[in-house]
Design a binder for this molecule. Sequence first.
Ligand code: URA
Length: 433
Amino acid sequence: MRMVDIIIKKKEGLKLSKEEIEFFVKGVTDGSIPDYQASALLMAICLRGMDKEETLNLTLAMVASGDCIDLSPIPKIKVDKHSTGGVGDKTTMILGPMVAALDIPVAKMSGRGLGHTGGTIDKLESIPGFNTELSQEEFIRIVRDIGLAVAGQTGNLVPADKKLYALRDVTGTVESIPLISASIMSKKLAAGADAIVLDVKVGSGAFMKTVDDAQKLAKAMVEIGTGAKRKTVAIITDMDRPLGKAIGNALEVKEAIEVLSGHGPDDITEVCITLAAKMLELAGVGDFERCAELAKGTIKDGSALDKLRQMIKAQGGNEEVVNDTSLLPTAQYTAEYKANSAGYISAIISDKLGMASMLLGAGRATKESSIDPGAGITLLKKPGDTVNAGEPIVILHANSQALFEASFKELDEAVRISVEKPSETPLIIDIIQ
Ligand code: URA
C-alpha cells in the first residue's frame, strides 16, 4: 500500500477502506509516514469529509494505536462524560460528585486547558495538595473505594491523536467534523467507560459556532459510540454565554462548591443536573425525570458535596476547602469593570471573556505558560440583567496590577449593553441519542 495513493483517493472524494485507514494511522504512530503526507491526507479529509463507516474505522484505528484502560475491576456500569470545552465550564467537578453520590462510579480522565482557559485538571490542582497524577492502580483503587476520581491522562492512550492533533493545529485542519469526532471519541473509548454522555457546546465560546454544526458533530460522535457498542448520548448546550459566574481555576472550584451546597448560579446548576441525569439514565438508574430528581436530591441532602470532600481527601488535597473556600488560593489585586451606559446586558461574548481571563493569568497563552490558580474573573451581571451607568459588571482578579489594562480591552469587546431587553434563549438546545 502506498500513502500517495490513499491521499489521491481521498482528494478525489472516494471512500477509504478500513485497511487504508489503519495503514495511515499505524504509519503516523510509528513515524513511517512523514508529516507532509499525513498533513496532505488530513487536508483531503477536511475538504472531502468521511462517511460514518470511515469515521468509525478511523476512531477504532486511533484507539488501537495505544493502550486502553481496563475499568473492569470497578463493579457496575461506568459512565464517562465529555464536554467539548467552553469558558467557565466546571461541570465535571459538580456532576462527578452528584453521580458518584448515587452509587454510580465515575472514573474520569481529564485534560489541561487547550485554549484560553484552564482545564479540569488545572482547576482541581488549585486545591492545596490535590494530586491529579495518579497511577492507573491508584486511580482504580480510589474509584473502587469512594466511587469517584479525576486524574490526568495516564499511560500511552491514543498516541495517534497526539501526533494528528499537533499536525492539525498547524495545518488549518482542526475544524473537520470527522477529525474532531474521531479525536474525542478515540480518547473516550480508550478510557474504558461502558457509556458516554457528551456535552457539545455551541456558540462564541465553543468549537462549534452554529447549532447546525453542533448537531452534526454530536450525531457523528453518537454514531461512533454506538458503533463501538457503548451507549452514547449527546446534549447540545449553549456557550454563547459563560456558564456560571466564575472563570479561573480556584474561582471555579469555589463556584462548584457553591453549586453543590445549593446556592450556585441557576444556569450551571441546570446544565449539571441534566448531564448527571443522563449519566444516571445510561447507568440504568431509572428514566430521565426520576434521575433528574435524584440528582437534585444529592445537592439538597449534601451527599454530593460530601462526595467531593471524599475525593479531595483521597487525592491528597485539603478537604477543608469544602467548608471554608477562603483556603483556596486568591489573587492579590482586584479591579472592577464598570458599565459605561445604563440598560440591559444583551451579551457577554464567551471567547472574549475567556481571553480577558487568560490575560490575567488564569489560562495559558502557549503550551509552556504556567497558570496562576488565583487569577480570573467573577461576573456580577449576566445577560438579561439590568445595569446602571458606572455600576460594576465584572471583578478582575490578578497578581499584578499591570495585567488589568489588556484584560479591560477584551472586556470592552465582550460586554454588550442594549436599551431593549434581550430575548431569552434556552440553555439545553438539543439531545441526540
Ligand atoms: N478536542 C479534542 O480532543 N480533539 C479535537 O479535535 C477537538 C477538540
